[in-house]
Write a protein that binds this ligand. Structure first.
Ligand code: UGA
Length: 434
């Protein structure tokens, strides 16, 4: 493998993981961000996000002289004393814009900034999730015949991003110029993963196709769980029985309060929008989105039933605020969505989350954030588990029972051991469980 000179623009989850991991594979990487304070922190080896193994790779990469941080894309590619950058990764945010379509203004801004500066022969790689056709559009924006634009979607999960980067199920690289696609694929050759080389539009489509499939899988499981509740079946046994079929697989079959985070909600909405713009409907994805919204309402129904029919004026304790365990990310968190619905019905909410120890103004305003589970349980008419932090299983349940006004736990993640709770004389309500 040749060590390449790489620029990574954007140091969020995807960009920082990409930069640090590519440096660990032996490449020479310069990461750029417009946030000066963040770059200064990274230069001191401080990583803002909770991502196992990332800070170690950042520190190691800098110590080995293979990883640097600069302010701005311009600085990353126009350094006269350095050899020219061969590959530039775009890892900037593509949030949900008006009407659900992806907002590409960050990609457009970087393209405008670097257009005249890119070295001849440089390959621009889009790692952000972008609508089909963005590689072609970026090439148009750059307006350079001597530069190629490649789509190389990432499949990292928050909380295991470094592991996912270094042990990928597959690498997908798409470009209408085959040699540029092969150069990008070669950056990962050490990883030995199956590689799909295709055109740019297909590579862009893979990312939406995969995330929407995962969202559909979860909505299907959540709908099955509802039915299990009604019919007296056990969703754990049902998904185990389904999952042994290798065409289905055991992964991503856990019911919950609905799926969230910065990716699945954004990408499902974007695909529906893209389809609509192309004059097509995608009812299967639209139904998954609707099922997901409904799931949050069903969780509130469970809590209301558990406390005797009305939430007005009751104190409810929440365990978990982040969109999933192992992260500090609150973006589009199903836990916060359920909290908002509980609040509308007049509940007073106190919440504890190991990844979010203090209140985040403007985000956690529906909840009084406390620093441990006992405080969340204090005087609560019910406790509601909303995020699957494994440490919740081994909480001091007898102590928690002593704090609660009413001993009932609604476990929207089916996380806890009902027998342990029973011994603490707490009644347990799960999702789709007998
Ligand atoms: C997702 C995809 O899994 C990644 O492959 C993709 O690269 C990433 O989006 C992205 O597009 O960047 P992530 O957003 O980190 O990753 O979160 P997931 O682990 O997929 O979880 C999404 C939601 O589904 C969470 O709210 C989680 O709690 C929920 N979930 C997941 C369940 O309710 N049950 C499950 O069995 C699994």
């Amino acid at each position: 493998m040749f060590a390449r000179r790489i620029a990574v623009v954007g140091t969020g989850y995807v960009g920082l993981t990409t930069g640090a991991c590519l440096a660990s594979l032996g490449h020479r990487v310069v990461c750029a961000d417009i946030d000066t304070a963040k770059i200064e922190r990274l230069r001191r080896g401080e990583v803002d996000i909770l991502e196992p193994g990332l800070v170690e790779l950042v520190v190691e990469g800098m110590a080995a002289g293979r990883l640097e941080f600069v302010v701005g894309a311009r600085e990353a590619i126009s350094r006269p004393d350095e050899l020219p950058v061969e590959v530039m990764f775009l890892c900037v945010p593509t949030p949900m814009g008006a009407g659900g379509a992806a907002d590409l203004s960050a990609v457009e801004a970087v393209a405008a900034e670097v257009r005249s500066l890119l070295p001849s022969g440089c390959v621009v790689v889009n790692k952000s999730t972008v609508p089909v056709g963005t590689a072609a559009a970026t090439l148009g924006l750059l307006n350079r015949r001597d530069v190629a634009v490649v789509s190389n979607p990432e499949f990292l999960r928050e909380g295991s991003a470094v592991h996912d980067f270094l042990h990928p199920d597959r690498i997908v690289v798409g470009c209408d110029a085959q040699d540029a696609a092969e150069r990008v694929a070669a950056l990962y050759s050490k990883l030995g993963a199956p590689t799909v080389l295709t055109d740019a539009a297909s590579a862009e489509m893979v990312k939406y196709a995969a995330n929407c499939f995962l969202a559909m899988k979860l909505s299907y499981v959540n709908a099955l769980a509802e039915l299990c509740d009604v019919l007296g079946a056990d969703v754990g046994a049902v998904t185990e029985g389904m999952g042994y079929d290798r065409r289905i697989g055991q992964a991503f079959l856990k019911p919950g309060p609905g799926w969230g985070g910065s990716c699945l909600p954004k990408d499902t909405n974007a695909l529906v929008q893209v389809a609509a713009a192309a004059g097509r409907e995608l009812p299967i994805v639209s139904a998954s989105i609707a099922t997901n919204e409904r799931q949050r309402v069903l969780m509130v129904d469970k809590v209301r039933d558990a406390v005797g029919g009305s939430l007005a004026g009751l104190r409810i304790g929440l365990l978990g605020l982040t969109f999933k365990a192992g992260t500090d990310d609150l973006r589009d968190s199903p836990a916060l969505a359920v909290a908002a619905l509980l609040r509308v019905e007049g509940a007073e909410l106190t919440g504890f989350d190991p990844g979010c120890p203090v209140a985040v103004p403007g985000v956690t305003d529906d909840v009084t954030v406390v620093s441990d589970a006992l405080l969340a349980a204090k005087d609560a008419a019910a406790l509601v588990v909303l995020t699957e932090w494994p440490q919740f299983r081994s909480l001091d349940w007898a102590g928690i029972a002593g704090e609660m006004a009413c001993r009932v736990v609604v476990d929207t993640r089916n996380l806890l051991d009902a027998d342990v709770l029973r011994r603490a004389r707490i009644s347990w309500v799960g999702v789709g469980r007998r």
